[in-house]
Write a protein that binds this ligand. Structure first.
Ligand SMILES: C[S@@+](CC[C@H](N)C(=O)[O-])C[C@H]1O[C@@H](n2cnc3c(N)ncnc32)[C@H](O)[C@@H]1O
Length: 208
């Protein structure tokens, strides 16, 4: 019962729990992966960075603190409202924008961002290939993409995964990225107490 509730909240935080509890919970659980994604992005001040499925927003906060321009997209209205409340100044100054939208149909124009990251989100995408096509479209030529996700073993170690989580092997994700015009250039695995083993992938959008 609790597992199913949490699995649905992780996929799309909603309701009073989504508004009050999920942001801090996601930030605590996913912090090591978001910190690793932040380091792998190595985004420069002024670069436009997409944080896809930003959830509690720890990664967006770090990116803003580093002087980048953050474009956050999440399909959960509760998370979008929370991010807008927490980043009023950055929104006012035009350094951030938080949009409600789906990974499969990003609410952005072509070449809208210099780099993109998506942490702990791929489990919820029915068709990762469709999302990769969208990411290629919105990334500028040569733009970098960082994905971080738990290994299939770690996904399956939590009984709640049966409620809608899809586990992905790093090799299959790399193949799908390559097919979408996002060339994988780095793969690392790491372990964190809160999430177990996870994969970090970096890919570069082709120059066409
Ligand atoms: C498990 S949380 C991860 C949040 C954050 N990136 C982290 O690592 O803590 C997944 C987030 O992705 C969002 N999400 C899931 N599927 C999505 C989709 N297809 N399009 C946009 N956002 C999605 C959810 O609403 C949620 O905020």
């Amino acid at each position: 019962m609790l597992d199913r509730f949490l699995a649905r909240q992780f996929a799309r935080p909603h309701g009073p729990a989504g508004q009050l509890l999920l942001g801090p919970l996601l930030d605590r659980v996913g912090r090591p992966m978001m910190d690793a994604a932040f380091a792998a992005l190595a985004a420069h001040a002024g670069e436009r960075v997409l944080d896809l499925g930003f959830g509690g927003g720890h990664l967006s906060r770090r990116l803003l603190a580093a002087g980048t321009r953050v474009v956050g997209v999440d399909h959960a209205p509760a998370m979008v409202a929370r991010a807008r409340r927490r980043h009023r100044a950055a929104l006012r100054e035009g350094r951030a924008i938080f949009l409600e939208g789906a990974a499969e149909a990003l609410p952005l124009g072509g070449s809208a961002v210099d780099c993109a990251a998506s942490v702990n989100t791929i489990y919820f995408w029915p068709e990762p290939a469709a999302v990769f096509a969208e990411l290629r479209r919105v990334l500028a030529p040569g733009g970098r993409l960082v994905l971080a996700f738990q290994t299939p073993g770690s996904v399956r170690a939590w009984p709640g995964h049966v409620h809608g989580f899809r586990a992905h092997a790093a090799e299959a994700v790399e193949a799908a990225l390559g097919a979408a015009g996002l060339a994988p250039v780095l793969r690392a695995t790491a372990r964190a107490r809160t999430v177990g083993d996870y994969v970090l992938l970096v890919a570069l959008r082709d120059g066409r």
